[in-house]
Structure formats: C-alpha cells, structure tokens
Design a protein around this ligand. Structure first.
Ligand code: FAD
Length: 116
C-alpha cells in the first residue's frame, strides 16, 4: 500500500512551488509602493537561497543574478517570472510557455471557459 502523505519529490515540490510563485505574481499589486517593490526583490533573493533542492537553488540564484527581479508593476513581475520558469523548462527539455497567457493560466482562467 502506498502512503499518500510522503515528503515531496523534486517534481512535486517544483510543481507546487511554481503554482505558488505564479499566483503570487498574478496577484501582486498593479502599482506597488517602493517598499513593496523592494520587498519583492528581497523575497526572491531569499527564496532562492533556501529553496530546498540544492542544484535547483544554485542555478536559480545564478539566473536571478543575471536577470534580477522586475518588481515595478504586476505585468513586469509576472512576465519576469514566466521567463525564469521558461529558463528552467528549457534546461529540462520541457515545452516553453507562452508568457502572454500567464494571467489566464494563473488568475483569470482560460478564455474558453474551461476553468469556470
Ligand atoms: P512545472 O514546470 O512544475 O509547471 C507547472 C505548470 O506551470 C505547468 O503545467 C504549466 O501550466 C505552467 N507553466 C509552465 N511553464 C510556465 C511558465 N514559463 N510560466 C508560467 N506558467 C508556466 N527541476 C529539476 O529537475 N532541475 C532544476 O534545476 C529545477 N529547478 C527549479 C527551480 C525552481 C525555482 C523551481 C520552482 C523548480 C525547479 N525544478 C527543477 C522543478 C521543475 O521546474 C518542475 O517544477 C518539475 O519538473 C515538475 O514539472 P511539471 O511538468 O509538473 O511542470
């Protein structure tokens, strides 16, 4: 019998984490205050330090050093994060995601109504 409550493997952790991060970005203020914008930069820097998959965290830290978080608007943050996820997708040989659809996927639901 398989126990359903087991520690997350790398894939489960990644899937759940992307869900959280994209939802966070999709609900980030459209026009954040300076403090909010600065704190969101800090959030990603700290997140990348403690993400509990060492090789993932290592590569993500390098990636966000090259491409620092863009936190001036919701649009900018959602697009930046989508690009970061696509960088990981590319590394893993997964299909790239169309970043113009990021709010449909993570906030509004698909235009065809399939999430209603
Ligand atoms: P996921 O990649 O988890 O995606 C979940 C859903 O997000 C998809 O079904 C799709 O609907 C949507 N999606 C896909 N791409 C995008 C995008 N660009 N923008 C918005 N939405 C999108 N795994 C490794 O093996 N090696 C690593 O180095 C590694 N690094 C990681 C770094 C981070 C920061 C995170 C959060 C995860 C990392 N992972 C890594 C895990 C990996 O990215 C996947 O989460 C895991 O392989 C499970 O993939 P999945 O097929 O469930 O889809």
């Amino acid at each position: 019998v398989q126990n359903k409550e087991c520690p997350l493997d790398k894939e489960e952790l990644g899937n759940a984490t992307w869900g959280f991060l994209h939802t966070l970005a999709s609900y980030y203020p459209e026009k954040p205050s300076k403090i909010e914008a600065d704190n969101m930069v800090k959030f990603f820097n700290i997140f990348s330090q403690f993400y509990p998959c060492e090789p993932c965290a290592q590569d993500f830290q390098e990636d966000i050093q090259k491409n620092p978080p863009k936190t001036k608007t919701r649009e900018e943050l959602a697009k930046w994060l989508c690009d970061r996820h696509n960088t990981v997708n590319e590394k893993l040989g997964k299909p790239l995601f169309d970043c113009s659809k990021v709010h449909e996927r993570w906030r509004d639901g698909w235009l065809d109504g399939s999430c209603d």
